[in-house]
Design a protein around this ligand. Structure first.
Ligand code: HEM
Length: 459
């Protein structure tokens, strides 16, 4: 049977055909930027738009993306709007740092993310997922899998960041994490209108108290660990916090930067993976012929007499990995990577003027009519090992590209495969009925009213 005929086409906004007025534009950007993009954004290599508040260029062409993110990356800084939203929270963390601070921090942090350290986290990821999975054993009602995956990836991060040693109540801490990113992570209409920075943003005022509380706990946790390292030397857990504290020093990270990076890892490193996991489970439930393949792969792997160490799972489960990668193609957790030219630039006949908003959007690139067959369909076979080479490096960008590529990509992939392996081995996830989750761009691409799903034991 032709695979195209059996492919599931999941919900997504239909590309807009007509022009859009300024008020509607601002409302859509505030509510759901994914609904903004018109036909040309999914059909043209690039689109240049003069909006009243910004000259915007949508960069879809892989060559242009490579030019902006790699070849001429020195001429591009992080977009002003994103910085205005995230910098008050993440300060000099890697995601929002620029110039010399970024260069020094990225170098100091490279040893933290070596394969050896990432593999070292595999057992904690496995243990945490197994503990988490217990809540599904007695489940009788549908559960919001989107929310559940956020809890799981938060638990994994808390374990790999601080080994659970937080200077405060862990439940209250995780509650404040939620509140902070929910209230502060949105584009404020005032930012789009170019209002001066001193004018308070409604979207940020609500998050300020949560931020102060949260920063205090992170600062206290760092002091607590530093004291323990001084007392116990190598006996402390080799988690992110220890690794970051080992990078502390005049050429490495300052204490404030360690704090900023802990907050950055929490901000950048759990909701993203959770979204990708949630969408994967949803897509597999709606494409049971794909789910059958993956369950068979996982069962065969787990039924071996000697299960290899969990860090080896990434390469041992190519179909599971392909489904996860295809889910990130259709619903990229980071739907837009925005840059601003520092000086006027040119790519072929496209002008990229200083100060323009250059949007490299995995959302449109991953669904682009020029670069993908049947772009809206869920077809994990695109990522099967025999097909993987046909995908251009710059047409698939869930983790970005170039010097600012996601530093946590292998952590996230390893975590996701371990989580899928354990969850899909034990449980069958379904979404009965006609409910359709609608993708909304907040900080990440998330289902607007969650993913209500049934979870039943398989064995
Ligand atoms: C599926 C999960 C994830 C996705 C889709 C994702 C996506 C991205 C993307 C697209 C960027 C580039 C942003 C840009 O160029 O403007 C990025 C950067 C970054 N990510 Fe991730 N990320 C994920 C998981 C993680 C994890 C687990 C961590 C940390 C533990 C992390 C930490 C970071 C940091 C620190 C940066 C900034 C790097 C720099 O500017 O040098 N991410 N991520």
């Amino acid at each position: 049977m032709d695979i195209v005929q059996t492919a599931f086409i999941p919900p997504a906004p239909v590309p807009r055909t007509g022009p859009v007025g300024t008020l509607r534009l601002i409302r859509t950007i505030y509510r759901n930027p994914l609904e903004l993009w018109g036909e040309p954004s999914y059909n043209e290599p690039w689109v240049s738009i003069d909006w009243s508040f910004a000259h915007t260029i949508i960069a879809n062409d892989p060559g242009l993306i490579r030019h902006v993110l790699v070849d001429n990356a020195k001429n591009y800084k992080m977009a002003a709007v994103r910085q205005r939203i995230l910098r008050p929270i993440l300060r000099d963390g890697l995601l929002t740092a620029e110039g010399e601070t970024w260069r020094r921090s990225r170098k100091a942090m490279a040893p933290v993310f070596t394969p050896r350290h990432i593999y070292g986290f595999a057992e904690a990821m496995k243990r945490t997922t197994e503990t988490f999975a217990k809540r599904y054993e007695a489940l009788t009602e549908p559960t919001d899998v989107s929310r559940d995956m956020t809890m799981l990836t938060y638990d994994i991060l808390a374990e790999t960041l601080f080994s659970g040693e937080i200077a405060g109540d862990p439940d209250q801490f995780s509650h404040e994490v939620d509140r902070l990113f929910e209230t502060m992570g949105r584009v404020d209409p005032l930012d789009l209108l170019g209002a001066p920075n001193w004018l308070p943003r409604f979207t940020q005022i609500r998050g300020r108290r949560a931020l102060a509380f949260f920063r205090q706990i992170v600062a206290n946790t760092i002091v607590m660990r530093k004291n323990r390292m001084d007392r116990e030397g190598d006996k402390v857990p080799n988690d992110f916090l220890t690794l970051l504290l080992k990078a502390e020093g005049p050429d490495g990270l300052s204490r404030g930067e360690i704090e900023d990076n802990i907050i950055t890892f929490i901000g950048a490193g759990h909701e993203t993976t959770a979204r990708a996991l949630g969408w994967t489970l949803y897509l597999l439930a709606k494409a049971p012929w794909e789910r059958d393949l993956i369950e068979a792969e996982i069962d065969a792997f787990m039924d071996q007499r000697q299960v290899p160490p969990s860090y080896a799972w990434l390469d041992a489960l190519p179909l599971t990995r392909a489904a996860f990668e295809e889910a990130m193609r259709l619903y990229p957790p980071a739907p837009s990577i925005n840059r601003e030219p520092i000086e006027d630039d040119q790519y072929m006949d496209l002008e990229l003027p200083k100060g323009a908003a250059v949007l490299v959007m995995p959302w449109t690139v991953h669904r682009h009519r020029l670069y993908w067959d049947n772009p809206d369909a869920f077809m994990p076979s695109r990522f099967h090992p025999e097909n993987r080479d046909k995908i251009d490096r710059f047409q698939y960008l869930p983790f970005g590209a170039g010097p600012r590529v996601c530093i946590g990509a292998s952590f996230a992939l390893q975590e996701a495969i371990i989580a899928l392996e354990i969850l899909l081995h034990r449980f069958r996830f379904d979404m009965p009925g006609s409910y359709k989750p609608w993708p909304v761009q907040k900080l990440t691409t998330q289902p607007d009213r969650g993913l209500p799903m049934t979870v039943a034991p398989r064995r």
